[in-house]
Design a protein. Structure first.
Length: 278
């Protein structure tokens, strides 16, 4: 397996498929998953002639279970370490959920200043600021995230099962058929990672203010989300992201859940491809 070691000693696993001469697409996964969550996208875009790369965030998947650095700054610098190791240029960066926050910080602070980024895609990405504050009264109360931390610490396996079988893919909605293999794959990815990384990652995705990151990005960005996202409220996330970005295209999918990259890959993949090819 391929790894990059960061300056603080984290070993970041990555997969790199396709011709080195092809335009690269790098995928950034959500919490608490791994690069395996991008299977449907990596195979699709590989088949379209692109070079596809995805890494496991520190403490997630096959990356080392380091005890420090579980914050958005390190997530972005880790992504940059992989990009620089592979010398990716003219790249498309696609992030889902927490991975969308990672993309925003990476592009703003590393990729764009280095001239390595062509476009970006934010899919069901964490809001500019998720937690409720005096300055962000529409945010989610911190008690919700405290509940996440309590549930994770008490029984991570049961908590992850509940998230995957309920709100993440919309399997708790009337008329939606639950897919046991999809739930099992989510659970497998989550339980492969570090409990500490997942615990501290809740703060990273909920309390990081990315307003300045989004304002700094000048490359074209596609922002997409489902209006039935029960994990990240779309009006606080994609709608606000599109307003802060200087060159954004916003698309909201009626009835799609947070995990729409899995449940509706047949719709999402071609839409992302069309944006890349513009």
């Amino acid at each position: 397996m391929a790894f990059v070691t960061t300056d603080d000693g984290a070993e970041i696993y990555y997969k790199d498929w396709g011709s080195p001469e092809a335009q690269p697409i790098m995928f950034h996964h959500g919490w608490p998953l791994s690069s395996d969550d991008w299977d449907a996208q990596m195979l699709y875009f590989l088949g379209k002639g692109y070079r596809v790369i995805a890494s496991d965030r520190r403490g997630h998947g096959r990356s080392s279970q380091i005890g420090t650095g579980h914050d958005m700054d390190h997530y972005a610098s880790d992504a940059s370490a992989v990009v620089e190791h592979l010398d990716l240029r003219n790249a498309i960066h696609i992030g889902h959920s927490t991975g969308g926050g990672q993309v925003a910080r990476y592009v703003a602070q590393y990729g764009q200043p280095q001239g390595r980024v062509a476009k970006a895609v934010l899919v069901s990405s964490v809001p500019p600021l998720m937690v409720q504050t005096d300055a962000n009264p529409e945010g989610t109360p911190i008690s919700v995230f405290d509940g996440f931390r309590e549930a994770l610490a008490a029984n991570r396996a049961e908590f992850f099962q509940a998230v995957a079988s309920g709100p993440f893919y919309g399997f708790n909605r009337e008329g939606v058929e639950l897919s046991e293999p999809v739930v099992a794959n989510w659970w497998r990815q989550g339980m492969t990672g570090s409990a500490l990384a997942h615990y501290e990652g809740i703060k990273a995705f909920s309390e990081t203010d990315q307003t300045d990151d989004l304002k700094a990005i000048t490359v074209p960005v596609l922002v997409i989300q489902g209006d039935d996202d029960q994990v990240v409220p779309y009006k606080d996330a994609s709608v606000k992201q599109a307003e802060l970005l200087s060159d954004s295209t916003l698309k909201i999918y009626e009835g799609f859940p947070h995990g729409m990259l899995t449940t509706h890959a047949d719709v999402i993949n071609p839409d992302i491809l069309a944006f890349i090819q513009q």
